[in-house]
Design a protein around this ligand. Structure first.
Ligand code: SF4
Length: 325
């Protein structure tokens, strides 16, 4: 909890639906329920929460909605007790200083026409009043913090490797000294050899700056390495949440077990956790009734097709949404 005893970030019942339009008049004929009632919190400064799940389960939409890059359909997003959904204009802009995002693909998230100096200085120019000299000095410090030498300041994104571009993205995200970074698959577009370097950098920065992370990833190993707590997401909802060692070490939900079972690791315990997943994530515009996982769940029974399982505590701080557990 923060000094005031409130969580740093508290998300309650968050929904993000996208309209499906058809016909000449583009009438709304349905909704894609990308995020469908998600609640979680990042309790303290320095805590890392991971959200893990397959592609298409709504993780990235969740990340963008938390930052209000997408407007939520329903729910609240409390940052240090203040509801972001009720803010607009200048008040929202000021709050965003405290929550910044690192995007999946650094090539597309950096303006190709700008040099590193201008990319990293962009948020500083928008939010702070600094002389050119102060700006340059601050950008040099940020670049040094993420391991980029000062001669990179004059480079354009296409003159750098993927790992170097992601370091620029991290430096830009840190420019306003945020309390929380939302990391949306920060290493998935990088070569395997570079992924570990960027993850280690993020770990070091967390230790140095006391940052909190909301880490979105499809990679269980990344979440296990980086996070204190984890939420497992399937088709727009969380199905299991709790401390990483409990959820990934002793998973209770059949989906979590299957996700872990699909990871090719030489740990014999994990091989027996669950059969690998078959089939794809269903269409979020028409999720299955009852438990959304039942068409793929090897343990599904009749009630799973009728009744929606709700998250409930099975042990302190460990919630699972499954009729069977
Ligand atoms: Fe499987 Fe039923 Fe549990 Fe859903 S509620 S995960 S279908 S056992």
């Amino acid at each position: 909890m923060t000094a005031a005893g409130t969580p740093l970030l508290e998300v309650k019942g968050l929904k993000k639906y996208f309209p499906i339009r058809a016909g000449v008049l583009r009438r709304v004929t349905g909704w894609v329920r990308a995020v469908d009632g998600v609640s979680f919190s990042v309790r303290t400064r320095g805590e890392s929460l991971g959200v893990v799940g397959e592609s298409g389960c709504g993780k990235s939409t969740l990340a963008r909605t938390v930052l209000r890059l997408l407007e939520p359909t329903e729910g609240s997003i409390l940052f240090e007790g203040r509801d972001l959904t009720s803010l607009g204009g200048e008040a929202l802009r000021r709050m965003r200083r405290h929550m910044q995002m690192v995007f999946q693909d650094p090539y597309w998230s950096l303006d190709p026409r700008l040099r590193v100096l201008d990319i990293v200085a962009e948020p500083l120019r928008a939010h702070m009043s600094m002389t050119r000299r102060q700006l340059r000095q601050h950008v040099e410090e940020l670049c040094s913090l993420v391991g980029l030498p000062s001669d990179f300041l004059n480079r354009y994104p296409h003159e750098m490797s993927g790992g170097q571009r992601q370091r620029v993205g991290i430096a830009r995200a840190l420019a306003l000294n945020p309390a929380l970074l939302i990391l949306d698959e920060p290493t998935s577009s990088l070569d395997v050899s570079v992924q570990a370097q960027v993850l280690n950098l993020l770990s070091d920065l967390q230790g140095k700056l006391g940052l909190s992370y909301l880490l979105i990833s499809h990679d269980i190993a990344v979440v296990e390495h980086m996070c204190d707590r984890v939420g497992v997401m399937y088709l727009g909802v969380l199905v299991e949440t709790g401390p990483v060692d409990r959820v990934l070490g002793r998973p209770l939900h059949p989906y979590t077990r299957a996700l872990i079972g699909a990871v090719p690791v030489p740990d014999p315990r994990r091989r027996t956790m669950g059969a690998p997943l078959e089939g794809d994530v269903p269409d979020p515009s028409s999720p299955p009734p009852g438990c959304r996982f039942w068409p793929r769940c090897p343990q599904a029974r009749e009630e799973c097709r009728r009744e929606v399982p709700v998250l409930r505590f099975l042990e302190p701080d460990h919630e699972v949404a499954c009729h069977l557990v």
